[in-house]
Write a protein that binds this ligand. Structure first.
Ligand code: UD1
Ligand code: UDP
Length: 351
């Protein structure tokens, strides 16, 4: 088959890497980058770290207004789909690139496969919720990362062509962890003591777009004794007032390469985040995770008590973070050898 894979944001490059490699012996893949993430640290560096080849098509859509962004992506994607005439379009996750890819595939009449189908936060204040629901309802083929995701799809009346594949990021982490621990020099570079620091990321609209909330979170974290490494997402950097005085225990860095970042996750004592992917990686690496959100798509990590949901608006963030510890017991939630299962399922598709 001729497969048209659409990516645009950092987590999508991470999801693409193992699948793209596994598809190569069987299918022709046309790799399309929408341009949604464009800083070297968010895009080019990920391609380099993960050994992903250069995109065949780069749409260079860089827009701050998400309506204009999605509209421009759809127009450009449609043009490319007509030119390439793919058999199958592949979209990942829940970003604006996912939404644009799904709508363009629908308009062009090309079957759509949605990877990471069935995730729900049930919070419509997140643009991601609309993106993922729309992609699921357009898609002809749904690859679900967890049994909860399958059950969410069933509840919405989607019952056909669902495959419980597990989560593709399991493969990315598995494929790269050994090399990361061997070659990353981040711990020494940042002067960190292994298992004695916390790792922080923040980029959700409701945490960073409101200055008061962002300042509240950082000020609370500033009361902790531990060093907190904080690779700052460009969205957060744009929202943080230049005069804000960062608490002394918070060690700010640029967004890091994947290998450096998973090394920091591996040696962290705790992980504090609002990222979807990082909640999963924390679980896989057996790290207590504090999620600064009121809900999560990855409910199993909370049910298993490895992930604490903490309302970022709560007055006291310090004590819950200090007191949170994870159990010893853990069971595999997200599957394994996921790319191989996905390729098997793709090979079974009869168009
Ligand atoms: C997007 C996804 C989110 C995902 C996140 C991963 C949507 C709606 N959201 O959020 O699901 O978790 O990516 O990181 O698609 N920016 C830069 N340089 C970059 C990238 C972004 O400066 O390389 C700026 C943009 O100009 C924009 C802001 O950051 O002003 C937000 O970027 P955008 O891609 O719209 O959303 P994210 O918050 O990154
Ligand atoms: N990540 C990275 N460098 C960083 C921060 C995160 O490589 O500085 C990786 C992280 O290991 C995970 C992914 O980016 O695999 C998560 O992406 P992000 O938090 O941007 O998006 P989300 O998962 O919330 O959609």
């Amino acid at each position: 088959m001729k497969i048209f894979s659409i990516v645009g944001a950092r987590p999508q490059f991470i999801k693409l890497a193992p699948l793209s490699a596994a598809l190569a012996p069987f299918h022709e893949e046309i790799l399309v980058h929408t341009g949604q993430h464009y800083d070297y640290a968010m895009s080019g560096r990920m391609f380099r770290d993960l050994g992903i080849r250069n995109p065949d098509v780069h749409l260079e859509v860089q827009k701050d207004n998400s309506t204009v962004q999605v509209a421009e992506m759809i127009l450009k994607l449609e043009k490319e789909m007509i030119r390439v005439a793919p058999d199958l379009v592949l979209v990942f996750g829940d970003t604006n690139s996912t939404l644009a890819g799904a709508l363009a595939a629908e308009k062009c009449g090309v079957p759509l496969l949605h990877i990471e189908a069935g995730l729900r936060s049930f919070n419509r204040a997140m643009p991601e919720e609309l993106n993922r629901v729309t992609a699921d309802h357009i898609a002809s083929y749904l690859f679900a990362p967890s049994p909860t995701a399958v059950s969410n799809l069933h509840k919405e009346g989607l019952t056909e062509n669902i495959t419980l594949t597990g989560d593709i990021m399991v493969d990315t982490l598995h494929d790269n962890l050994e090399a990361a621990l061997q070659f990353s020099t981040m711990i020494t570079q940042l002067g960190l003591k292994k298992n004695a620091y916390y790792l922080l990321t923040l980029h959700r609209n409701y945490n960073v777009d409101d200055a008061a909330t962002l300042v509240h979170i950082l000020s609370e974290l500033g009361k902790l004794e531990e060093t907190i490494v904080f690779p700052m997402h460009p969205r957060t950097r744009k929202m943080l007032h230049p005069n804000f005085e960062m608490p002394r225990n918070i060690l700010l860095t640029e967004p890091l390469g994947y290998l450096d970042f998973i090394t920091l996750e591996y040696y962290a004592a705790k992980i504090i985040t609002d990222s979807g992917g990082i909640q999963k990686e924390a679980y896989l690496l057996k790290k207590p995770c504090i999620t600064l959100r009121t809900e999560t798509e990855w409910v199993e990590t909370v049910e298993e008590k490895w992930n604490l949901l903490l309302n970022p608006g709560a007055k006291d963030l310090v004590n819950p973070i200090r007191e949170f510890s994870a159990p010893v017991r853990q069971y595999p939630i997200f599957g394994n050898k996921v790319a191989a299962k996905m390729v098997e399922a793709i090979n079974r598709i009869r168009l």
